[in-house]
Design a protein around this ligand. Structure first.
Ligand SMILES: NC(=O)c1ccc[n+]([C@@H]2O[C@H](COP(=O)([O-])OP(=O)(O)OC[C@H]3O[C@@H](n4cnc5c(N)ncnc54)[C@H](O)[C@@H]3O)[C@@H](O)[C@H]2O)c1
Length: 257
């Protein structure tokens, strides 16, 4: 019960890593506010968690819209009686996101709006709530691509995740003395709907897999486990970190095959 007595908000909780983290955090005793564009899915997940004896509530939110984020944090605080943990996980990788010369401006802007401005807006409204609870932990979803470039580009996504890493560090520095830790989670490729859409042919999949020392994608639960550590009191001296969960990709020069 590593999150016993903790109250946590997770964005993008309807699917993939966010959904997995919700289930993991609930099993560790956290009371949860689960936010997503897809209200029916987070309400169904909250009902599943409640059926297993946990506490969870679903909230509809668009992290790219400030009024929606403000309402989300207020609803989470009201439902949970305070806020100790914020996992800002919601993000998109859009079709058409390629290189600097051929990525449509609207794809760039939409990606930045959700992945970077979304995290900024969440932090802006979560920090006062965390302060009202006497401090807490923020975990922002970045990516391996905040550290490494790919010749098969996704320039808007990459830039957004680099921005998340940078803003997270600055928040960690600014709020350290207020008892708020802030870290960025930086996974390599994880088997979720997001990567299924991206690597939709065996050739595309193999083009990435060959660079992975472990020869496989991460499972969402392997990322959720690290998220759990970073938001828990076990990580009480970890702040300002970009935490890689990449199966060794960032350490690899040449792989074994
Ligand atoms: N899958 C990977 O390989 C991988 C690797 C590194 C980082 N990430 C990041 O992890 C996060 C989760 O990815 P995933 O693979 O679980 O994706 P996913 O597509 O399976 O789930 C993302 C969830 O976010 C929600 N969402 C999207 N836009 C939103 C918005 N504007 N407001 C609120 N909710 C919104 C979606 O409805 C969905 O439920 C993303 O930030 C992604 O960039 C994923």
């Amino acid at each position: 019960m590593r999150l016993q007595g903790k109250r946590a908000l997770i964005t993008g909780a309807a699917a993939g890593i966010g959904r997995e983290a919700a289930q993991r955090f609930a099993r560790e005793g956290a009371a949860l506010a689960l936010a997503d564009l897809d209200l029916a899915a987070v309400e169904a997940l909250a009902a599943e968690i409640q059926a297993e004896g946990g506490r969870a509530t679903g909230i509809r939110a668009d992290v790219a819209e400030e009024a929606s984020v403000q309402a989300m944090v207020a609803a989470a605080e009201a439902a949970l009686g305070g806020l100790d943990i914020a996992f800002n996980n919601a993000g998109v990788m859009l079709a058409g996101d390629r290189g600097p010369e051929d990525t449509p401006l609207e794809v760039w802007q939409k990606t930045l709006a959700v992945n970077l401005t979304g995290v900024f807006l969440c932090c802006r409204h979560e920090i006062p709530a965390l302060e009202r609870s006497g401090g807490g932990a923020i975990l922002n979803m970045s990516s391996l691509v905040a550290y490494m470039g790919a010749a098969e580009p996704q320039i808007a996504y990459t830039a957004s995740k680099g921005g998340v890493l940078a803003l997270t560090r600055e928040i960690a520095v600014q709020y350290g003395r207020a008892g708020i830790r802030a870290n960025a989670l930086c996974p390599g490729p994880v088997g979720t709907a997001l990567t299924e859409a991206l690597f939709d042919t065996p050739e595309k999949l193999e083009r990435r897999r060959v660079h992975m020392p472990m020869g496989r994608f991460a499972e969402p639960e392997e990322v959720a486990e690290v998220a759990l550590f970073l938001v828990s009191d076990a990580a009480s001296y970890v702040t300002g970190a970009g935490w890689l969960v990449d199966g060794g990709i960032a350490s690899a020069y040449v792989t074994a095959e």
